[in-house]
Design a binder for this molecule. Structure first.
Ligand SMILES: Nc1ncnc2c1ncn2[C@@H]1O[C@H](COP(=O)(O)OP(=O)(O)O)[C@@H](O)[C@H]1O
Ligand SMILES: [Mg+2]
Length: 197
């Protein structure tokens, strides 16, 4: 049964030997040159699987990895809801999200698409998903970009809850937040409305 038809991948729910799984398959993109498309899909699949395994081994809540093929990943099904879809008070979840991002960064895992649409909530516990754009890299800038994306996907009040718990769990938070401030004042990452350009 298909559960998501994303821009990049199709996600199917499946059951293997009695275990609830999802299979995430990266689809062909016809607008890309085929050989390049194959490379991109293979690389993103590989990195996603690698990071699921690494994060899991470091005690960070991600779906368990079961199988990897060239363009497909089979992982545990999280019977939850996306944080982006939750109405009402999200303070506890935002706090937890800050702790989780700090843990990822302490392990030099930069998510690359860290928004509330890539965080699932199951029984009040958070799971991070969608590591296809992630990198294992000791980069203050990449870490700051993770925070910036989250900042732009939530309101100011939510962000202040998120960032104060991030500070508590991220070892390099001082330099990372300094970089965040730099990025925000630097033209490249400034949020502008098209009409103002
Ligand atoms: N392990 C999982 N358990 C349950 N649902 C999942 C799982 N992984 C992905 N999904 C669902 O599939 C959607 C798309 O998956 P995601 O990895 O975010 O890919 P993309 O956003 O690149 O299409 C998610 O928003 C979520 O609803
Ligand atoms: Mg996603």
């Amino acid at each position: 049964m298909k559960i998501s038809n994303g821009a990049e991948a199709n996600v199917y729910r499946s059951n293997i030997l009695g275990i609830d799984c999802v299979v995430k398959v990266r689809q062909k993109k016809l607008y890309r040159i085929q050989s390049l498309d194959n490379q991109i899909r293979e690389q993103r699949t590989k990195i996603e699987a690698r990071i699921l395994a690494l994060a899991h081994s470091r005690g960070i809540a991600v779906p368990p990895l079961f199988l990897v093929s060239k363009y497909g990943i089979t992982m545990g099904f999280i019977n939850g809801i996306l944080l982006s879809k939750i109405d009402g008070n999200k303070s506890v979840y935002l706090k937890e999200a800050g702790i989780l991002l700090g843990k990822l960064h302490n392990n030099n895992i930069c998510h690359g698409d860290f928004t509330t649409a890539n965080i699932m909530v199951f029984e009040n516990k958070l799971f991070i998903i969608d590591f296809g754009l992630s990198e294992i890299i000791e980069s203050v800038e990449q870490k700051a970009l993770d925070i910036l994306l989250m900042k732009r996907s939530i309101g100011q009040k939510s962000f202040s809850i998120f960032i104060s718990s991030y500070k508590k769990s991220s070892k390099g938070h001082k330099l990372i937040i300094k970089k965040l401030n730099e990025l925000e004042t630097r033209g490249r990452y400034q949020q502008r409305s098209l009409q103002n350009i």
